[in-house]
Ligand binder design. Structure first.
Ligand code: CLF
Ligand code: SF4
Length: 512
């Protein structure tokens, strides 16, 4: 089952969108068979559009690991999915089930329960499978998901398939044992520690075997790869080609994060991670072979909430014990919330279609000329906390979503590129004392962007953004992101901010 793409890589919009190719995930997934669409439609990791609307949670039930990665020191969560340097509290399966039911009741848009650490879930099969077993029975409306290094996968595929698990992630950093030996110093295999190229070879064989078995059984497989400059950067294109040929659904290339304070081998030896541009270039290079995930947030092994947020502190064991959960009632409420979300997604799609205005109809000159062919791309940063709309004050943004808009023929293509985390610029109260510094960091994080869209922005950050060459914009609050990005792209073109010298040749702003 090899599939070409998950969401279309771009949507087309012109102050709305072109009548073809834009819109909600239902449209973006239209090329997929119905049973596949049903599996990804509300999975926030497997569908880019779904991540604006639905949440996930992880339960950290798996402490042990059966391999060693050079980007891990085991004090922290498994770095194959998690941002290095965070530590999750290990739960028993019973505690994990109680927590999942509590979160499902309190955050009804949570659709997926994943196990991703803090070690390798399949190196802890009893704990992982006991959790899945109980949740299959008690919360049948929650999708189950697991992330693994793949070493123990082939032996557990049949059992995984019995537990209603439609989504598996395998971290595959290489398909060449020589490269693997530079990433994995050892594995624990058949009660022995095996080192070097031999260890990497076994791991790779197990990963590929497990991938094939899952694909043969119709399970959707996402492949995570950690991009390690100078080690596997060039090689990841080959990885993408190989896993696609086996039937992997999605490839998530994540940046290595290696800091000396994490105490990992790479961190201590000064191995650098990739820059944003290097990561994007590699994603583009792999995208020719298969659909790429670009919205990963490298979550904690106990993350709770929308992908960009973490509400874990609301669900400590103490707080859960004090909750009285009626899950039958919660399921009813969850179904209602999901129906409302779907109605909202459909309405957003309809709005886009109705507001579509082709670039050629927005000319200032009386005689329409063709739009600048391949008008230059612009990166536009967006502050959003979900719902697919611009709804976060600049000073409250913890991350910005980076979109790229480009004029192609008579339309604007809008595509999502990445999420970039920032320090909170304004948390209110006394914490704003450090705002100056945080703002400087935010501006650095937004390097390469032309404009920043948020629901509101103060005068001081407005001036600082302008001084840094960025165009701040708070005029599209609560508008669908892709529509707003397309509209602002028009405005930038009309204002000559995108290198189109003759303003008469540029489309006018939508508001003109
Ligand atoms: Fe969790 Fe992973 Fe399942 Fe998602 S996360 S086990 S597939 S439910 Fe998602 Fe988080 Fe990235 Fe993982 S954003 S780290 S890809
Ligand atoms: Fe660490 Fe995860 Fe690698 Fe195990 S698989 S060594 S927990 S990063």
């Amino acid at each position: 089952m090899a599939l070409e793409a998950l969401d279309q890589p771009t949507s087309s919009a012109a102050g709305g969108c072109a009548s073809s190719g834009c819109g909600s995930s239902s449209d973006k997934l239209a090329h997929l068979p119905e049973h596949i669409r049903a599996k990804v439609h509300n999975h926030p990791c497997f569908s880019e559009d779904a991540h604006h609307h639905y949440a996930r949670m992880h339960v950290a039930v798996a402490p042990a690991c059966n391999i060693q990665c050079h980007y891990c020191n085991r004090k922290y969560d498994c770095s194959n999915e998690s941002r290095p340097g965070v530590v999750s509290e290990v739960l028993t399966p019973e505690q994990a089930v109680a927590k999942t039911l509590a979160v499902a009741a309190e955050i009804p848009q949570m659709t997926v329960l994943g196990i991703a650490g803090p070690g390798d879930p399949l190196a802890n099969p009893e704990r992982t499978l006991a959790t899945f077993r109980a949740l299959t029975e008690k919360a049948p409306d929650i999708k189950l998901c697991v992330s693994t290094n793949g070493l123990a996968l082939p032996e557990l595929v049949d059992e995984i398939c019995q537990h209603n698990i439609d989504h598996v992630t395998i971290t595959i950093n290489c398909v060449d044992p020589e490269i693997g030996a530079k990433i994995y110093p050892w594995i624990f295999w058949n009660n022995r520690r095996i080192k070097g190229v031999k260890a990497a070879q076994i791991l790779i064989e197990q990963q590929q075997k497990g991938l094939q078995m899952l694909c043969d059984r119709g399970v959707l497989v996402k492949v995570n790869s950690v991009l390690i400059p100078g080690v596997n950067d060039e090689h990841l294109k080959e990885v993408s080609r190989v896993v696609k040929a086996k039937g992997a659904f999605l490839h998530n290339v994540m940046p290595l994060i290696a800091e000396p304070e994490h105490g990992t081998f790479y961190g201590l030896m000064g191995q650098r991670g990739p820059s944003n541009d290097e990561l994007q270039a590699l994603q583009e290079a792999c995208a020719g072979d298969m659909a790429m995930m670009r919205h990963c947030r490298q979550c904690r092994a106990d993350a709770v909430g929308m992908l960009g947020e973490d509400r874990g502190a609301e669900f400590t064991l103490e707080k859960i014990a004090a909750m009285d959960i009626d899950y039958a009632a919660a399921m009813q409420r969850r179904a209602e919330v999901h129906a409302a979300i779907e109605a909202n997604r459909t309405a957003q799609q309809q709005q886009r279609n109705e507001t579509f205005v082709p670039i050629t109809s927005l000319k200032r000159s009386s005689k329409p000329k063709p739009a600048p062919l391949a008008a230059p791309p612009a990166r536009i940063a967006v502050a959003s906390s979900g719902g697919g709309v611009i709804n976060v004050h600049f000073g409250h943004a913890r991350e910005f979503l980076i979109y790229e808009a480009a004029g192609v023929g008579d339309r604007v293509d809008v595509r999502f590129l990445a999420a970039r985390k920032v320090d909170l610029y304004c948390a209110g109260g006394d914490t704003c004392g450090d705002a100056e510094d945080a703002l400087a960091k935010t501006i650095r994080t937004l390097a390469g962007c032309t404009a920043v869209l948020c629901s509101k922005i103060g005068i001081e950050p407005w001036d600082r953004l302008e001084a840094a060459g960025l165009v701040p914009n708070g005029e599209h609050a609560m508008e669908p992101i892709e529509d707003a990005v397309a509209a602002v792209y028009h405005e930038l073109l009309a204002a000559g901010r995108l290198g189109v010298e003759d303003a008469a040749d540029a489309p006018v702003a939508l508001s003109a």
